[in-house]
Design a protein around this ligand. Structure first.
Ligand SMILES: [Zn+2]
Length: 381
């Protein structure tokens, strides 16, 4: 079991529930994370196109960093020598790092998987590396992350049951090794990761194994890997409730705004996704009225803001015509402004959900969310 004498340093409290949705707070020495929380992704020690203070201005309480990318370049030891990831990237609030497992598994052909771990070749220079529960814990310790993820393995869906079962059991053995290697680190949290594909009994077996080991939080892994929203929600109808009520639940790699609303409704507390930042770099905006493509010629003469009710700098200070122009001209500010807007929109969405849950009004929030999307984007002038 995790040492409980660190209770004063890290904590999780559920403050209100509405149906299965909950709002609360994770306390860490680097600040409080309001839940449900959306974590912007800072893959290579930066949220692409954003200054860290701007990321904070959007309302983000925590960032996600990718261990795989950082261990290869610039290297976890180097980041440690330079004072850790927070100092290196000028972000003093909480950071969650993934284990590197997900990225390494997607290097088909470049990797070899055994009970011990994964041997792989760097996509940057072809150099050989090993990721295992032990080396993943060491890399995440060197990075100095506040929330450390267990090293696990997960197949892309669809996969046959035998493959999902074997993979889940391997991940549970690795979860125990991750717990042992993590040791006792007051002020830092270790999250276990539930696997088992879409199979309810395998998810239960996984949850039971994780509960027996004992973690500070629990992730729902192996979703958003090609199964589609309906299947994902079907799994979320039971998976969060299999995990301890008094610990945060993190749905990895999700998602679009409607995925996020559906996950929160089903009891998820934390999420991350590259979507708002990646979309921002390709001219795609997410708004209350759905997705807007700023590359479209219909914006070329439009003096109106992207969303007149949005308080982000892109909407306060620039027209659709300008956003369209800089996007078409390939100017850097296009990606900067749209990333800012998208991250702001996502954080606004989390804010609204936290308030709705606290007020016992999640159903009303949900009705409004879908009604505004159904209206579609504003008409061309
Ligand atoms: Zn905006």
């Amino acid at each position: 079991m995790p040492a409980r004498d660190d209770m004063a340093l890290t904590d999780f409290q559920v403050l209100a529930r509405d149906g299965r949705a909950r709002t609360g707070a994770i306390t860490t020495p680097r600040g409080t994370i309001r839940t449900p929380a959306f974590m912007p992704v800072g893959t290579a020690a930066t949220v692409k196109g954003m200054m860290p203070e701007s990321v904070r201005d959007t309302g983000a309480d925590i960032l996600l960093g990718n261990t795989y990318h950082l261990m290869l370049r610039p290297g976890a030891e180097r980041i440690d020598r330079l004072g850790g990831l927070h100092r290196f990237m000028n972000w003093d609030r909480p950071i969650l790092t993934d284990s590197g497992g997900f990225q390494v598994m997607s290097l088909a052909g470049l990797r070899k998987l055994t009970e011990a771990g994964v041997t792989f070749k760097s996509h940057i220079d072809g150099s050989k590396h090993v990721l295992s529960p032990e080396t993943s814990m060491e890399n995440q310790r060197l990075l100095g992350s506040d929330i450390v993820m267990c090293f696990d393995e997960c197949p892309a869906l669809p996969a046959d049951r035998a493959r999902i079962e074997d993979s889940m059991r391997l991940s549970m053995r690795w979860a125990q090794r991750s717990r042992d290697a993590f040791g006792d680190r007051p002020g830092h949290m270790l999250f276990g990761i539930q696997q088992g594909g879409l199979e309810q009994d395998l998810r239960e077996e996984s949850a039971e194994a994780l509960r027996a080991i004992g973690f500070d939080g629990y992730a729902i892994g192996g979703l958003a890997v090609g199964e589609g929203q309906e299947a994902m929600f079907g799994c979320l109808d039971f998976a969060p409730d299999q995990l301890p009520q008094d610990r945060p639940r993190y749905l990895m790699g999700v998602g679009k705004p409607d995925d996020i609303v559906g996950a929160v409704k089903r009891g998820v507390d934390m999420m991350d996704c590259v979507l708002p930042s990646r979309s921002g770099r390709t001219g795609q905006a997410w708004t209350r009225r759905g997705q807007v493509n700023l590359k479209n010629a219909r914006h070329a003469d439009d003096p109106r803001p992207l969303d007149e009710d949005c308080t982000c700098p892109a909407c306060r200070n620039y027209s659709r015509a300008y956003l369209h122009h800089v996007q078409r001209a390939g100017e850097m500010i296009a990606g900067m402004l749209l990333t800012w807007h998208n991250l702001h929109y996502y954080q606004q969405l989390m804010n609204e959900m936290r308030e709705a849950i606290a007020a016992g009004a999640f159903a009303a929030f949900e009705n409004r969310f879908f009604a505004e999307r159904a209206e579609g984007d504003i008409e061309r002038r």
